[in-house]
Design a protein around this ligand. Structure first.
Ligand SMILES: NC(=O)C1=CN([C@@H]2O[C@H](COP(=O)(O)OP(=O)(O)OC[C@H]3O[C@@H](n4cnc5c(N)ncnc54)[C@H](O)[C@@H]3O)[C@@H](O)[C@H]2O)C=CC1
Length: 517
């Protein structure tokens, strides 16, 4: 083990960097690579410089970890419950039940590889990974020849820590909250199901450090989305030092000065993109919106359509989603898609299905009433209609995943397009086709729209088979929305029948997987 050589400068979007802040002339912690570009006349965004810090928590060279050192022993419960990024609680709040299956967790960090909605998750066709492996981004044994030296070092680290991913995660958060207790309040109270989301996102980003366009889009989204948690530029050094502290401890066999420098550069880039995006967003959007429930309609025993009125204009595109926090579970954020295209009255609708142990979904379906006020994060997602094209749209909606498809249909209708749109709406039973009447009414009004309901029989999932029975689809753009398993098998089917990946869009599978599959 060796001492960290890289000091950390505060992130900044305002002050010019003179190239000295990294200590080695090549850029250290948070050395901005580029100047932010505030519009002329705009106020500079706040950014402060922190004193140099070094990664914390690692044993001194030659010394084993002392008993007083942080050692989570693989169980977060040996520490104070480590807060996550989105789910919440104060220490005196009873720990909530296990995270709901399939409730769309507000994962601030979908994988870059899927963030555009047009890419497939890289490890999808690989054999199933162990739960421990699943927690960190996929590792690749063979490095592509074009991989940069930094990316190679980063991936070597990832390979090393993969088998002890849980320990890295616990240790990272233990470091963060012990060394920086003020940050605890930014995280959810119960971290047992989501504690690795921040770390996982950072590692995923680092692993894709060579894939600049995808990474930048992903990180910008991430930076904007973190405004609602109260994240400030000055918080980033703490996270960076704990990241290095945790990695250096558990990747000791491959850790070197070069490795550390590579992580420093990667994290500097990652954090700066996030900070810049948040600063730019600050100039045009609030960190969150308050929204009053104006109607609540139970469609089935466990599905409700909830309509809200935001306190200020909420710009979004049909097909996108938002994060949502209820008054009953403060700091627990979940994702829901907008179920309608933008409306002239500014109202927003969501389709919410209760899922087992789903705190937010249960509250929204069984407790929410007109007059209640919820909080919304910014819109996200690229599953939107490209109106510059006129080819057909093939839409697969599974269960409440039909919500954004309905919004897109309204969007197409509003644009007066004459492009063919074919919808396959999958459900477990007839009863679960809760929105079929709405879709059939739309079909009656629009000759370009064809809606097919696909109900599973004998427990067999038949949505993708049904798609194969029709077609040809090779001239269509495809959109998928539903449970992660449906996205995966749907993407496989669509590629199989000739639709290139670049024309297949869906929300991040990583994000959906975080909610349980
Ligand atoms: N509420 C919302 O705004 C949105 C929800 N979602 C997601 O949609 C899901 C909806 O859940 P439920 O309604 O309970 O759906 P579900 O689990 O009952 O599945 C609905 C249908 O999707 C298809 N399907 C499911 N798994 C499949 C697989 N492995 N292969 C092929 N087809 C499959 C089948 O046709 C099935 O009947 C949740 O995971 C939710 O996160 C996605 C986008 C928006």
């Amino acid at each position: 083990m060796f001492e960290a050589r890289h000091t950390m400068d505060a992130p900044t979007t305002a002050s010019a960097d003179n190239g000295t802040s990294g200590g080695n002339g090549t850029g250290g912690w948070f050395t901005p690579r580029k100047q932010p570009a505030p519009a002329s006349g705009e106020q500079e965004t706040e950014g402060s410089r922190l004193a140099g810090l070094r990664p914390v928590g690692r044993p001194v060279e030659g010394e084993p970890a002392r008993s007083g050192d942080l050692d989570t022993g693989g169980s977060a419960d040996t520490q104070e419950r480590i807060p996550g990024v989105d789910v919440p609680v104060s220490s005196d709040t009873p720990a909530p039940a296990p995270a709901p299956q399939q409730e769309r967790l507000a994962a601030p960090l979908p994988a870059p590889a899927t963030v555009t909605g047009t890419r497939l998750e890289p490890a999808r066709s690989a054999p199933p990974r162990s739960p421990a492996e699943e927690r960190l981004p996929a590792q690749r044994a063979a490095l592509a020849p074009e991989t940069s030296p930094d990316a190679q070092l980063i991936r070597r680290t990832m390979t090393e820590v993969g088998p002890v991913a849980d320990k890295v995660t616990s240790y990272f958060y233990a470091l963060l909250f012990v060394q920086h207790p003020k940050l605890r309040s930014l995280f959810p109270p119960a971290m047992d199901t989501q504690r690795d989301r921040l770390l996982k996102a950072l590692l995923t980003a680092a692993e894709h450090i060579d894939n600049t366009p995808v990474l930048v889009e992903y990180l910008q989204n991430l930076g904007r989305g973190h405004r609602k948690y109260g994240t400030r530029p000055e918080h980033y050094p703490a996270v960076g030092e704990c990241l290095i502290g945790a990695l250096s401890r558990y990747a000791g066999a491959v850790w070197s000065e070069e490795t550390e420098a590579a992580w420093v550069r990667a994290y500097t880039t990652i954090s700066q993109v996030m900070i810049d995006a948040a600063a730019a967003d600050e100039l045009r959007s609030p960190p969150w919106w308050m929204a009053e429930v104006v109607s609540h309609e139970l469609k089935t025993q466990d599905i409700a359509v909830v309509t809200v009125r935001p306190d200020q204009p909420y710009p979004f595109l049909a097909g996108q989603y938002t994060s949502l926090e209820t008054p009953w579970w403060p700091r627990i954020w979940r994702h829901y898609s907008f179920a309608s295209a933008p409306r002239s009255d500014g109202l927003l609708s969501f389709h919410v299905k209760v899922i087992p142990a789903g705190w937010v979904s249960s509250a929204l379906v069984h407790r929410a009433r007109p007059g209640d006020v919820i909080r919304l994060g910014p819109p996200a997602g690229s599953m939107t209609v490209d109106h510059t094209r006129d080819n057909g749209l093939l839409c697969l909606g599974g269960g409440t995943g039909i919500a954004p498809i309905k919004a897109m249909l309204e969007d197409v209708a509003e644009h007066g397009a004459r492009r063919p749109v074919e919808v396959f709406y999958g459900a477990r039973t007839d009863h679960d086709l809760y929105d079929i009447d709405t879709l059939l009414r739309m079909q009656q009004r629009h000759a370009w729209l064809q809606v097919r309901a696909v109900v599973d029989r004998h427990g067999l999932l038949q949505l993708t088979d049904a798609v194969r029975d029709y077609g040809p689809w090779n001239e269509y753009d495809a959109y998928l929305s539903g449970p992660p398993g449906m996205i995966r098998s749907g993407v496989d089917t669509l590629r199989d029948i000739g639709i290139p990946s670049s024309r297949i869009r869906h929300d991040s599978v990583e994000e959906l997987v975080a909610a349980g599959d």
